[in-house]
Design a binder for this molecule. Structure first.
Ligand SMILES: Cc1ncc(COP(=O)(O)O)c(C=O)c1O
Length: 367
């Protein structure tokens, strides 16, 4: 009854959502602040008549709004002083929208990676990539991280492959490669293979590789509204790249689901893009809370991997991640641990409000 294909699948496991009691959820890298009130207002503009009509399949107005926001904020909500200026204007034909960046990523695997050679990923990165490789039966090669948890750039680009994908900043390490380092990788990588940088957390790092799109037409950048734009419940993600790559994603979409972004999400997304001031403010707050929490934990004797994201990886000598997770859960806070060799001794903690992080700090200082 069940296909052989399905029997081989190993699905993604998201952070738990228990309902035995009310927890502070710091286990899914969600934004602790609400989405823009203007987005919430836009949701209510979709009338019941409009609900009966299919949405724009290409989300053109939404793509224009995303392009305008990226151009206005120089690629990321809070650009660092040394983030280069975008050397061109991003236009809507360079954008593809999907039902969460998870869907965009799924289309990326289908559209750009063949099964004759492996797709290259770092050993520790977003755990959905191996799931998609399994789903589309694309061989996968995981390149171990360096000892300091950074990505082994050279091996990534010199291994024979059908394509490359990694998150920058990476998850769950929270570490980034610089734009120059990624450009070095692109220079050494065949220009006829797609090089994908998943920038789900870029807004919290101050940096983006979007300026490199001018020189490298095989570069594809993936973004999500889920993290810095507090839209995890709306499901909206996008890719930015050359029109040729965007057209390939559109063909994939139109062979799978013509209308991935519903009317409500399109309206809310457009309003959210026009309210970048709201998100800049909250993004700054999260970055400040992260830096404070990180340094307090270090002072309390925890090992912390310096993070460029809205989460940190932290460990305490003599305790496994699972033990730390269980002790924190007893106190009503959820974090995440990974049953994987190199990071078994760490927990991943999403950055919440100052109040939530102070509460967690008190618990962690007792451990
Ligand atoms: C690196 C990375 N990419 C993509 C995603 C998917 O985000 P979404 O499907 O909510 O847009 C996540 C979610 O946690 C992530 O960590």
């Amino acid at each position: 009854m069940i296909s052989k294909r399905l029997q081989k699948l190993n699905p993604y496991k998201p952070g738990e959502q228990p309902n035995d009691r009310k927890y502070i959820k710091l286990n899914a890298n969600e934004n602790p602040y609400p989405a823009s009130p203007k987005a919430a207002k836009a949701v209510k503009t979709v009338s019941n008549e409009k609900m009966g009509l299919y949405p724009d399949p290409e989300s053109i107005d939404l793509k224009k709004a995303i392009a305008a926001m990226l151009n206005e904020c120089n690629g990321v909500l809070v650009p660092a002083d040394n983030q280069p200026q975008l050397p061109f204007s991003i236009t809507e034909d360079m954008i593809f929208c999907g039902n969460g960046s998870d869907e965009v990523l799924s289309f990326v695997f289908y559209a750009f990676f063949d099964d004759d050679k492996p797709v290259i990923i770092p050993e520790h990165t977003y755990s959905f990539y191996p799931v998609y490789a399994g789903y589309y039966q694309i061989p996968l090669k995981k390149i171990p991280l360096n000892e300091d948890f950074s990505i082994d750039k050279e091996t990534m680009v010199t291994t024979d492959s059908t394509g490359i994908i990694f998150a920058n900043p990476n998850a769950p390490t929270g570490k980034s490669l610089s734009i120059d380092e990624i450009e070095q990788m692109l220079k050494s990588y065949p220009s006829d293979k797609v090089f994908v940088v998943d920038e789900a957390y870029a807004d919290f790092s101050g940096h983006t590789v979007l300026p490199l799109l001018k020189k490298y037409s095989n570069l594809l950048v993936i973004r999500t509204f889920s993290k810095s734009m507090a839209f995890a419940g709306m499901r909206l993600g996008f890719a930015v790249g050359s029109p040729e790559l965007i057209n390939a994603l559109t063909t994939t979409k139109n062979s799978f689901n013509h209308f991935p972004i519903d009317r409500i999400c399109q309206a809310a997304g457009i309003a959210a893009c026009a309210d970048s001031a709201w998100y800049k403010k909250n993004c700054r707050k999260i970055m400040q809370t992260r830096d404070f929490f990180q340094s307090e934990l270090q002072k309390a004797g925890w090992t912390v991997i310096p993070s460029q994201t809205n989460f940190i990886l932290a460990g305490k000598k003599g305790k496994t991640g699972k033990e730390v997770y269980e002790a924190i859960k007893k106190e009503g806070i959820l974090v995440r641990y990974f049953d994987i060799d190199t990071i078994r001794d760490y927990v991943r903690i999403s950055i919440g409000t100052d109040k939530q992080m102070k509460q967690l700090l008190d618990i962690m200082k007792q451990l």
